[in-house]
Design a binder for this molecule. Structure first.
Ligand SMILES: [Zn+2]
Length: 220
């Protein structure tokens, strides 16, 4: 199977929706509203759609050049990292299949970095320090969810969304800190504050497991 392609682009409408949704979101010990306001103080106390949409439009008008520059830089560095990344993901899962042959990475003005499993798209904050690390994080989520859906769920039965989300985040923290991925991202994967305890527990189980299926059956 050939590796999927990651396209890098911008999507202003998505940023408008993400801002509306994430201004009020708290998850896993992270207050996304606070994160947004820390980079965009003008949005403090704002919740109405029209004001948010205007702010995003104006921001893109003034910063588009910088956002596109980061987009091109990220695209170039990804081309250098992708082959090694996909090879190591295939080794880890013992499977090289991907749900989509194309994934879209949208550079974003917000540091929320969500992924959308249904269509293989995700955002990366354009000022983020290790954008490659975030690209790898989101792609690992896509692979993880595909694998669980095809290999684990049929034997395991229904897995509650919250459990699966937690495990996907913990899994990312464990594997993206392995040397083969650290060599590419060069930035330690920190994870959600509320999942720290679980990460320590599951890291032990991960290193005692024979393969990914074995690990996931034990962890779920
Ligand atoms: Zn994540």
């Amino acid at each position: 199977m050939s590796d999927p392609v990651v396209d890098f682009t911008t999507n202003i409408d998505l940023d408008k929706h993400v801002c509306v949704d994430f201004l009020k979101l708290k998850k896993g010990g992270i207050d996304f509203g606070k994160t947004i306001v820390s980079n965009h103080p003008q949005l403090k106390g704002v919740s109405d759609r029209a004001t948010i949409y205007h702010y995003v439009t104006d921001y893109y008008e003034s910063q588009l050049k910088n956002i596109v520059k980061e987009q091109l830089d990220l695209s170039r560095s990804w081309r250098e990292a992708e082959e090694v990344f996909f090879k190591n993901v295939s080794k880890l899962f013992r499977s090289d299949s991907w749900q989509f042959n194309k994934y879209a990475c949208y550079l974003s003005m917000f540091n929320c970095n969500p992924r959308f499993l249904h269509n293989g798209t995700f955002q990366v904050y354009y000022k983020k320090e290790s954008k490659i690390g975030t690209v790898m994080h989101e792609l690992m989520h896509f692979k993880f969810y595909d694998f669980v859906k095809s290999e684990i769920a049929p034997k395991h039965g229904i897995i509650p969304n919250q459990n699966l989300w937690e495990l996907s985040e913990v899994f990312n923290t464990i594997v993206l800190n392995l040397p083969q991925f650290q060599a590419l991202s060069k930035k330690k994967e920190v994870g959600y504050p509320e999942l720290k305890k679980k990460t320590v527990e599951l890291e032990r189980i991960y290193h005692q497991s024979t393969d990914m299926s074995d690990f996931l059956h034990k962890a779920l």
